[in-house]
Design a protein around this ligand. Structure first.
Ligand SMILES: [Zn+2]
Length: 383
């Protein structure tokens, strides 16, 4: 482990020297065997795949369900891992650093490479200080988002999101490159030429989550009042479509039980949470049920469960204005908050820490969200 720790400052220095405008060429090529390029560990599961193939229990798929399944199957395991790999090349992407800014530019360049016009939200961030200390000057920050514009109802949208900033001095691979890559992988699939959505879907990669949900809070403050306004009038363009639902993804890969075991736990699952103490608890629970149903129909390896204590992530600023849920590897307060992930905010939150069984849990959350979106937003394959 010593050699890994000593590399981290070198990596940070190297990334700090990167120019702000970084293109994909500067990222070392993704090596699909990197995660396995080592001696077998006791932590490696005996087999990657799990038997959830018959969980529908005899419920037949309709023709629409089958089309939705075809779309979900375009999510690609290696592509998902490659996106996580790319994000982790910028270290922990801590807000306010050059490597955070370089990661924003990299995410932007990937979204544009798939054909999306990208947008930025600019805001001021005031660092938190202890009581009695002078309040520092606000500093400018930004974050990137892009939109799949709805073909029939462009003025309504679902927001799917994750936070691209991290902390801990490692690579913030799980918290939250795993969620950021999930949103990007869904964006990649929905960009394909033969895919149309009825309603709009926005992909938001928040900054400053780790400092207090500042990026997502700024988005709600700046844009809630713009919802559903056609601008220019008569153009059919809606800069801020009316919000129908908000689905956040934060820490997607590690469910090794608690006490923590070497392997992904046999009952590992995707945790969908809404907040019962919110103005829209009921509609948020229904959004959660839509995700549970989608998981049951479309996820390949891991089930999903719903609970009611969503907390500490970017869906919180939205939860009183639009139905909001988070997807995670564990329940945030009951499990993560009680030591279920020993890599959380640590230098060990590295790409190489995670096995394919871990990455697969993240991909199953992507299948869950995209499966739900196919119904909710009306995603279709056209000839
Ligand atoms: Zn997080």
């Amino acid at each position: 482990m010593i050699h890994k720790i000593s590399l981290i400052p070198l990596l940070a220095v190297g990334l700090a020297l990167l120019p702000v405008s970084t293109d994909a060429q500067q990222i070392p090529p993704y090596d699909p065997v990197r995660g396995q390029d080592r001696e077998p560990r006791v932590s490696d599961p005996p087999e990657l795949r799990r038997n959830v193939q018959r969980i529908l229990g005899g419920v037949p798929m309709t023709a629409a369900d089958s089309m939705h399944q075809t779309i979900v199957e375009r999510l690609d395991f290696e592509s998902y891992k490659e996106l996580i790999w790319g994000l982790t090349r910028f270290g922990d992407r801590e807000q306010g650093t050059a490597r955070n800014q370089a990661a924003i530019e990299w995410i932007d360049s990937k979204l544009r490479s798939w054909g999306y016009p990208t947008e930025r939200l600019y805001y001021d961030y005031t660092p938190r200080v202890r009581e009695g200390e002078p309040i520092p000057d606000p500093e400018p920050r930004e974050q990137v988002y892009a939109t799949k514009v709805g073909a029939t109802t462009p003025g309504e949208m679902y927001i799917i999101s994750a936070h691209m900033d991290g902390r801990g001095g490692g690579e913030a691979a799980n918290d939250d490159a795993s969620g950021t890559a999930l949103v990007m992988e869904i964006a990649r699939v929905l960009a394909q030429e033969d895919i149309v959505t009825d309603r709009s879907i926005r992909f938001a990669l928040w900054n400053n989550e780790e400092t207090g949900l500042n990026g997502s809070t700024a988005y709600v403050e700046q844009r809630a009042a713009l919802q559903g306004i056609e601008n220019p009038p008569g153009s059919g363009t809606y800069p801020e479509p009316r919000w129908l639902g908000m689905i956040q993804h934060d820490m997607m890969m590690w469910d090794h039980g608690n006490p923590v075991t070497y392997n992904q736990a046999l009952d590992a699952d995707v945790d969908v949470e809404f907040q019962m103490n919110s103005a829209l608890a009921g509609p948020s629970a229904l959004l959660g049920i839509a995700l549970i149903n989608a998981n049951r129909m479309h996820a390949s390896d891991y089930p999903a469960v719903l609970s009611n204590a969503m907390s500490n992530t970017d869906s919180t600023p939205f939860m009183d204005v639009v139905p909001s849920v988070s997807l995670r590897e564990n329940r945030r307060l009951y499990e993560t908050g009680n030591g279920a992930n020993p890599h959380w905010h640590q230098t060990t939150d590295l790409f190489e820490t995670f096995s394919d069984a871990d990455f697969m849990l993240g991909l199953n959350a992507a299948q869950t969200t995209l499966g739900a979106l196919t119904k909710l937003a009306g995603v279709r394959i056209v000839d």
